[in-house]
Design a protein around this ligand. Structure first.
Ligand SMILES: O=c1ccn([C@@H]2O[C@H](COP(=O)(O)O)[C@@H](O)[C@H]2O)c(=O)[nH]1
Length: 272
């Protein structure tokens, strides 16, 4: 999917919501456990119930890898279901990969070609030659961790190298990478006060923003400081949507939670 197609979906749906599919067998409704593939059945129901309210889905790969081969099959069925039924949805493999060049190429093939995700999250710690193999894939997007939502972000990301914070160095340096127009960045909603500085370095790039809801970030603050003329934001919520109810009405409850986020986004978009 091109960035322009993503922007037009945002305007069409009046939403820049990404639903996180962090699917955990301990948290899904008990009645689904008798299904042959409970993870996929849960995801399918969540997707069908929310797809008109969001522009993307973000399975966190850890939740699938945790179940071994069965989890990987559930992930494959989920991405195929999205691509076959809702091709307008922007899909994000939240995998946080990155390694020496030839290994990064294999990660990129796994998620961009074999699974056909639109994008993947990447840890930039290993530098240029670990990120550029992902950027070599036309029509795909590489989402680099810049300033994450967790407390540990202060261990390294806000520390200075010389006069510059590490997250700013990541933003500045990654702009010099080949095919940098295919980059997006992760900035946690819990770090909204950093967004003005971030936008000074990357005024147009899309940001994937996790951390609203369960982690306490504010949608309004993120929009106030992070929004661009093309919106430039994909705001993720996982637990706050998919586990709103752990009973038989889980899909309807997820829809209501997604609807309330979409309505808040629509209200913000109307003020532009
Ligand atoms: O900085 C980051 C990067 C990634 N995440 C991931 O996003 C979701 C957030 O889930 P919630 O339930 O909405 O809190 C989850 O998959 C994280 O691994 C993040 O939270 N922060």
């Amino acid at each position: 999917m091109t960035t322009q197609e993503l922007v037009s979906q945002i305007h069409k749906k009046k939403s820049f919501l990404v639903v996180g599919l962090d699917t955990d067998l301990d948290k899904i409704p008990k009645h689904l456990l008798k299904e042959e593939d409970p993870i996929f059945e849960f995801n399918k129901a969540i997707i069908d119930a929310t797809q008109d309210l969001c522009v993307g889905y973000k399975p966190n790969i850890a939740f699938y890898e945790a179940y071994g081969l069965e989890g990987w099959k559930s992930l494959e069925k989920t991405i195929n279901y999205l691509n076959d039924n809702y091709p307008e949805q922007f899909t994000i493999a939240d995998a946080k990969r990155g390694d020496i060049g030839n290994t990064s190429t294999r990660y990129a093939k796994a998620f961009f070609e074999t699974l056909n995700f639109d994008s993947i999250t990447i840890a930039p710690y290993m530098g240029r030659d670990s990120v550029e193999p992902f950027l070599a894939f036309e029509g795909k997007h590489t989402i680099v961790l810049a300033l994450t939502s967790n407390k540990g972000a202060f261990d390294f990301q806000t520390q200075k190298i010389g006069n510059q914070e590490v997250y700013k160095k990541v933003l500045e340096t990654s702009k010099t990478y080949e095919n940098s127009d295919r980059l997006m960045y992760v900035v946690g909603a819990t770090k909204a006060e950093y967004l003005t500085d971030i936008r000074a370095i990357i005024p147009e790039s899309f940001l994937l923003v996790p951390g609203v809801g369960a982690q306490g970030g504010s949608l309004e603050e993120v929009c106030k400081y992070g929004m661009t003329k093309d919106i430039g934001l994909l705001v993720n919520s996982s637990r706050g949507i998919i586990y709103k109810s752990q009973e038989e009405d889980f899909a309807q409850a997820a829809r209501e939670a997604a609807k309330s986020m979409q309505e808040a986004m629509q209200a913000i978009l109307q003020t532009l």
